[in-house]
Write a protein of this length. Structure first.
Length: 209
């Protein structure tokens, strides 16, 4: 499966998420970002066109060399300075209090240890910083949830460890953040797509110690 994960999954991910519908979601999650941003799961750079003018720089954390290669055209077109900041979101190289915002889209479903990733996100945020997230995940509808649990193992094998049964808002709150904005919806499509199509977008602030 190493070849599949390294050479196929990045291309599948790009093809699935590079469309006008998801682009609209990206604009919503990027709204309000300012200053220095750390993006977890940078992928092929699909968020770059939607960053507000107030963003000064992006540190891209991305495990896939192929995805990083695929992102280079978007990086070259971007007015924002972009540097690759490592591969492992569970252990960031950045110092404490070093970024104004953390952005994560369609990645908490795949990381090995989401609690560790979110703990690192909290560590590197400056006082007043915010976490912006856009994730698919566990539906509140019982029928959809049953299918998500049935399909979860297959999804993980085919999509590089992606989980259908994680709830991003719950993970964020459990990691010591308070949600300041949150909304949920299904991506438009046939009913059979619902196990993959329940989306949450939110903004969260580190909870005071």
């Amino acid at each position: 499966m190493g070849w599949w994960i390294e050479r196929v999954v990045p291309r599948l991910t790009h093809a699935t998420l590079d469309n006008p519908v998801v682009a609209g979601y990206r604009r919503r999650v990027c709204a309000g970002l300012t200053g220095d941003v750390l993006e977890i799961g940078f992928g092929s750079g699909l968020n770059l066109p939607h960053l507000p003018d107030a963003v000064r720089s992006v540190v891209a954390v991305e495990p896939s060399d192929l995805a990083w290669e695929m992102a280079q055209d978007a990086v070259a077109r971007s007015a924002v300075s972009v540097t690759r900041g490592g591969r492992e979101a569970e252990s960031l190289a950045q110092p404490d209090d070093s970024v104004d915002a953390v952005l994560v889209t369609f990645s908490l479903c795949t990381v090995r240890d989401p609690a560790a990733v979110l703990g690192e996100a909290r560590r590197v945020l400056r006082p007043g910083g915010r976490l912006h997230f856009l994730e698919h995940g566990l539906s509140p509808d019982e029928g959809v949830r049953r299918w998500q649990h049935r399909l979860n193992s297959m999804q993980g094998r085919l999509a590089g460890g992606c989980h259908l049964t994680r709830s991003a808002p719950e993970l964020v709150e459990s990691a010591g953040f308070d949600l300041t904005e949150v909304e949920h919806w299904y991506v438009p499509g046939p009913g059979m797509s619902k196990p993959w199509g329940y989306v949450s977008r939110g903004v969260a602030a580190p909870r005071p110690a």
